[in-house]
Design a protein around this ligand. Structure first.
Ligand code: FES
Ligand code: FES
Length: 224
């Protein structure tokens, strides 16, 4: 049996315009458009008209080099690194903050680069996997990953290594984790502690035990 619905009294366009008007009237939107924009309706009409989206200048220090970019405000830090600076070592996995493949160090702290906009980081310092070591001079964690066979396809590896560098710095500076019973006590390295801290970095190849061994080697060496 088919169900028939009465025709809508408004077209979709009319409905959207009416919704916009009631939002503005309720105070949920500003009553007046910001200077330079004719109206909210006009700017949304422009989106399909080939008008460039808003962009902003931003200065980032990446791996010690200062870059001045003008970016679409919607550009994530991950896309700025990969698409604008061509630093493709940082990987895009889920693009939703769930896999950790895009982990970089922002002012020394690890961050998912897919979850933050580049224009929010004016003057910030970013370290990517390219800034940690080079093929001739590997970072100790990179060397340990090779020694312990801590990867298979390698896609998650830059994020794993940046994350491990950040996690070890957290341990050193006393940032607590959920593993510590006493959040005020200085955290110390343990396999459980590091598993917890690395839990945001997913490895589809399942190289976890070797990753763990690589991190353990460097962490115990640096705390010995
Ligand atoms: S790509 Fe950023 S968390 Fe997956
Ligand atoms: S080594 Fe393949 S996803 Fe981790």
């Amino acid at each position: 049996m088919s169900t028939s619905f009465p025709p809508l009294p408004l077209s979709r366009r009319e409905l959207l315009l009416a919704g916009g008007a009631s939002m503005a009237g309720s105070g949920a939107w500003p009553a007046e458009a910001p200077s330079g924009a004719a109206s909210a309706g006009a700017s949304s009409a422009n989106i399909g008209d080939g008008v460039a989206p808003p962009s902003s200048p931003v200065q980032l220090k990446v791996n010690g080099t200062t870059h001045r970019l003008t970016l679409d405000n919607r550009t994530t830090l991950l896309d700025a690194l990969r698409e604008h600076l061509h630093l493709t070592g940082t990987k895009k996995g889920c693009d939703h903050g769930q896999c950790g493949a895009c982990t970089v160090l922002l002012n020394g702290r690890r961050i998912n680069a897919c979850l933050t906009l580049a224009v929010m980081h004016q003057g910030d310092s970013v370290t990517t996997i390219e800034g940690l070591g080079t093929p001739r001079k590997l970072h100790p964690l990179q060397a340990a990953f090779v020694r312990h066979d801590g990867f298979q396809c390698g896609y998650c590896t830059p994020g794993q290594i940046c994350s491990a560098v950040g996690a070890m710095a957290e341990l050193k500076s006393g940032v607590p984790s959920h593993v510590s019973a006493d959040l005020n006590a200085q955290p110390v390295y343990s396999a459980d502690e590091m598993r917890e801290r690395m839990s945001g970095n997913i490895c589809r190849c399942g190289a976890y035990s070797n990753i763990q061994e690589a991190i353990a080697e460097v962490a115990t060496r640096s705390t010995a």
